[in-house]
Design a protein around this ligand. Structure first.
Ligand code: GDP
Length: 354
């Protein structure tokens, strides 16, 4: 028998000794704002074991009445735009104002590369050490769908633990900024000075989703370029479809490094929130987000049930090959697989009526 050596950073002994928490332990610990229990509760909801799902759902269900009060802010921008520097400084500013801040990351690259760009420990150093903050990197090894479902659930847990500002960070890669924009109240897009080059490469969709478009690194020699960038972005925004006709996306100049403009970002988030509430858009957005979440969960669960079905697995490779080489039309193969899935599902539900 071969044994797999433990990776050096694991501490199996401590793990084994750790007491299993009951659902009530999780619920009470989170409500008390115990960061250790919160971290474990998030690990529970991130678990891919089916056997953990009932406990995870029970914890969420019990905590649901204690959620919803936080200011939910999404933050995106290309790698290197200064997101972690900004979040560290902005988060520290909020802590000084008496807020409690949680940071979550949505990082689909982890699903592709197996490692997380955001997971390295050097990011958000001050905030990571602060008593009133909670920083959680992205769960690794999940599809974007899986990451987002767990991020939404983590967001609720953080709210129940008393964090009143939740910052959700994502790299502007693939679809991740769209899904983050759909789970927050205010979506902040960070841009670099040097708009001319950037405007060509930037996805139009990101500009349309932005509630605040901040030109970051507007310090030192960058200052003039940042001002020019602001004018270009303002001009570009005029021609774009607005997500909310009552809100004109502001384009502030900020610096995560010097802290300039950060208090104003918080004020703008407050103005945006007040405006959403005044027009009734706030509740409408939140209820649409809940519905969207339900459908994402249905899609994810159906797809994973599909992949886990043995009868499907038995046919999948052969049908995929037949589709690839043109022997079978894709829709015919899809229908055949769905039929196998349905058949297998209905026979298994007949044999186990519970
Ligand atoms: P992220 O990849 O978007 O999280 O970006 P980082 O926060 O890691 O920053 C990328 C690089 O830009 C680092 O070398 C930072 O020191 C630098 N940087 C971040 N914020 C600022 C800023 O406000 N001004 C200047 N001049 N540099 C910054």
């Amino acid at each position: 028998m071969t044994t797999t050596p433990e990776p050096p950073n694991r501490r199996p002994q401590r793990r084994r000794r750790r007491r299993r928490l009951s659902i009530d332990d999780y619920v009470q610990g989170v409500l008390k704002g115990d960061r250790g229990v919160l971290a474990r509760a998030i690990t529970l909801i991130e678990s891919r074991k089916d056997s953990d799902r009932p406990a995870a759902q029970a914890v969420l269900q019990a905590l649901l009445p204690h959620t919803g009060a936080a200011v939910r802010v999404g933050i995106t921008g290309v790698p290197g735009v200064g997101k972690s520097t900004f979040i560290d400084a902005f988060g520290m500013h909020l802590l000084e104002q008496g807020h409690r801040v949680a940071v979550l990351a949505v990082d689909p690259s982890s699903a592709i590369s197996g490692g997380s760009i955001m997971g390295d420990k050097t990011r958000m150093q001050r905030l990571g050490m602060a008593e009133a903050a909670f920083v959680r990197p992205s769960p690794s090894g999940l599809s974007l769908g899986g990451v987002t479902r767990r991020t939404r659930e983590s967001l609720l847990l953080c709210e129940a633990a008393g964090y009143d500002v939740i910052l959700i960070e994502t790299v502007g890669v693939g679809q991740s900024e769209t899904v983050v924009a759909e789970m927050v109240d205010t979506f902040l897009v960070l841009m670099l000075p040097g708009a001319g080059d950037e405007l060509q490469g930037i996805k139009r969709g990101i500009l349309e989703m932005a509630d605040i478009l901040a030109v970051n690194k507007a310090d030192g020699d960058n200052r003039l370029r940042a001002q020019a960038a602001r004018q270009e972005y303002q001009a570009a925004l005029r021609y774009l479809h607005r997500r909310d006709p009552h809100w004109k996306t502001p384009v502030p100049l900020i610096s995560g490094q010097t802290g300039e403009g950060l208090p104003e970002i918080w004020e703008t988030i407050g103005l945006h929130r007040a405006q959403l509430q005044e027009t009734g858009t706030f509740n409408q957005r939140r209820s649409e987000q809940r519905l969207r979440w339900m459908w994402d969960a249905i899609e994810e669960q159906l797809l994973s049930a599909f992949h886990e079905t043995q009868a499907v697995q038995a046919q999948l490779k052969g049908l995929e090959a037949a589709v690839k080489n043109g022997e079978r039309p894709p829709t015919v193969a899809a229908e055949a697989l769905i039929a196998v899935f349905r058949e297998s599902y209905s026979s298994s539900s007949q044999s186990s009526p519970s």
